[in-house]
Design a protein around this ligand. Structure first.
Ligand SMILES: CC(C)(COP(=O)(O)OP(=O)(O)OC[C@H]1O[C@@H](n2cnc3c(N)ncnc32)[C@H](O)[C@@H]1OP(=O)(O)O)[C@@H](O)C(=O)NCCC(=O)NCCS
Length: 194
């Protein structure tokens, strides 16, 4: 999952050449959802090789997830990737940006939490994009969040350079609701047409 995150982390494109610490995108956007409470996720694997080729994951309760991460996840990473002092990490600019983010993680805007407590991230390897798998992964996530958790919607944040992802979300009826931060999209499950 961390590898898939790296290969799609630069507004949907590979971030491999941007990092001397290639694990950083996954440590921020994928691994916490495996390690921390208040999270959910599904991976997509090939039938024949069992290779994992995509995933969708998130938090069912974003504020509770943020609290757990701020207590147990970001402090450990901040020790490993310090932004100042004699052990300060020396890497590429993107490594520095991730290290700064880890040392000072922003809280999600309240407008998003008001829309839904749940958020998601979805990432599929390039060779498997554009074949309907993204729609199916979103459908599986909705089944889980609606039918098993009892929620009525989900939100996500998107890099404003990632126009392909925005077209995808819009096609699936995700919307910028009234009062939404510019980079946020949300879906009410009543609008979902599988
Ligand atoms: C964004 C992503 C999850 C979409 O998944 P996908 O499998 O490529 O998309 P699908 O093939 O399931 O497309 C679903 C629908 O969206 C439409 N769509 C997808 N990308 C589109 C685009 N760039 N422009 C217009 N429509 C698009 C498809 O035509 C399809 O419509 P239909 O089902 O009504 O026929 C996937 O491409 C991906 O992982 N990209 C890299 C990582 C990334 O950018 N993640 C999002 C970060 S916010």
């Amino acid at each position: 999952m961390s590898k898939i995150c790296l290969l799609t982390c630069d507004a949907g494109k590979s971030g491999e050449t941007l990092h001397d610490y290639p694990e950083l995108p996954g440590l921020v956007y994928a691994v916490p959802y495996v390690k921390l409470p208040h999270t959910w996720g599904f991976v997509m694997e090939r039938d024949d090789t069992k290779e994992v080729i995509g995933y969708i994951l998130g938090a069912t309760d974003t504020r509770a997830f943020e609290k757990a991460a701020s207590e147990t996840w970001w402090p450990l990473l901040a020790l490993k990737y310090p932004v100042e002092g004699e052990n300060k990490i020396v890497g590429k600019p993107a490594d520095g940006r991730y290290a700064k983010l880890i040392s000072n993680m922003n809280a999600i805007e309240q407008e998003c939490i008001d829309f839904s407590p749940a958020h998601l991230h979805i990432n599929i390897l390039e060779g498997y994009q554009g074949k309907g798998w993204g729609r199916r992964l979103i459908g599986r996530a909705i089944e889980y969040l609606r039918d098993e958790v009892g929620l009525d919607g989900v939100f996500l944040g998107v890099d404003m350079r990632n126009t392909d992802a925005m077209m995808f979300y819009e096609r699936l009826e995700f919307r910028r609701w009234s009062g939404a931060p510019e980079h946020s999209f949300g879906l009410k499950f009543s609008d979902w047409r599988s």
